[in-house]
Design a protein around this ligand. Structure first.
Ligand code: SIN
Length: 303
């Protein structure tokens, strides 16, 4: 068996496979399929200071090889996470990444500060949600605002800080460099690509929010390209995500420069995707005489 451990910003994960925020809840439903201890870690549903109902429906639509969502950060709020979800998660022997989001810089700094001293292993600051009017992608689409929110959260938090980046920008590498300069310990990418579908019978958008975030295999090549560009632009580690559904995708994403990977939309059609990917990575390493999975990170040989 190969060594699947990876280290991201000083946090050791037992393997590089992590269900992505918003696709796995807090793991409760998935425990019917396998113990959460099999996973490298999990990133919780984006958590805000106060509970949120999210956007009105319909807020999910199918697309060729993917899906659109406009959930709008529905979640139970920080208090519920701390009192109900976190005490359960700490018993699961896996790393806990707290994905946080807020409408203002102050909200995000307060969220981060209130996670100090808890069992959370890492913060994933979401500056890239395309589905909310305030906050979300508003922070992630300019270097100035990305820098400002990263600096404030860095100051408030004593946890390793990973910033989740938006692909809906001209240069994601520039945003990555901006957050690195303000003390981010890692970046994760890509969040969803802004998309739209229209019901041709009614002439109305399928999503009540009109637009939403595209994920799933359709976005995978875009995600690989962006992970490769960012990994070459920054010194901090990169967590890669966007359309990964097989172990082959995971290898490709790691060769592009991802130290670990997150699985999102694939979970909705195959809840076993993370454990199948872990098994596939093990076999791939054994078949290719690779001792440590981290040896393949960034090994792509560009022409
Ligand atoms: C959502 O809740 O709208 C999705 C979160 C995100 O895309 O960041």
């Amino acid at each position: 068996m190969a060594d699947l451990r990876v280290n991201v910003a000083g946090v050791e994960f037992k393997n590089p496979v992590i269900p992505a925020s918003g696709a796995f809840g807090y793991g409760r439903e998935y425990e019917a399929f396998y113990p959460l201890s099999k996973l490298g870690g999990l990133s919780i549903k984006g958590t805000t200071l106060e509970p949120r109902q999210g956007n009105p429906g319909p807020r999910v639509a199918e697309t060729p090889s993917g899906m659109l969502n406009s959930v709008g950060l529905q979640n139970g709020g920080l208090e519920k996470f701390l009192s109900y979800e976190l005490p359960n998660l700490v018993t699961k022997d896996t790393r806990i990444i707290a994905n946080i989001a807020g409408a203002t810089i102050e909200d995000c700094a307060e969220l981060a500060g209130r996670l100090n001293g808890t069992a959370v292993d890492m913060i994933e600051l979401n500056i890239s949600c395309p589905n909310v009017k305030h906050g979300g992608a508003a922070f992630g689409t300019s270097c100035e605002s990305a820098s400002a929110i990263t600096a404030a959260v860095r100051k408030a938090s004593d946890k390793p800080l990973m910033v989740k980046l938006s692909p809906n920008v001209t240069s994601i590498a520039d945003i990555a460099k901006a957050v690195e300069a303000e003390g981010a310990d890692a970046v994760s990418l890509i969040n969803t690509l802004l998309g739209m579908r229209i019901d041709i019978k009614t002439g109305r958008p399928i999503l009540k929010n009109n637009v939403g975030g595209l994920s799933g295999p359709a976005v995978f090549p875009v995600a690989v390209r962006m992970v490769w560009q960012v990994a070459n632009a920054v010194k901090i580690p990169v967590m890669g995500m966007g359309g990964i559904s097989t172990w082959e995708d995971a290898v490709e994403m790691m060769m592009a420069g991802a130290s670990a990977i997150q699985i999102g939309a694939a979970l909705f059609s195959n809840p076993y995707a993370p454990v199948e990917i872990i098994d596939g990575l093990n076999k791939y390493c054994d078949d290719n005489n690779i001792k440590c999975i981290s040896d393949i990170v960034g090994t792509v040989k560009p022409w």
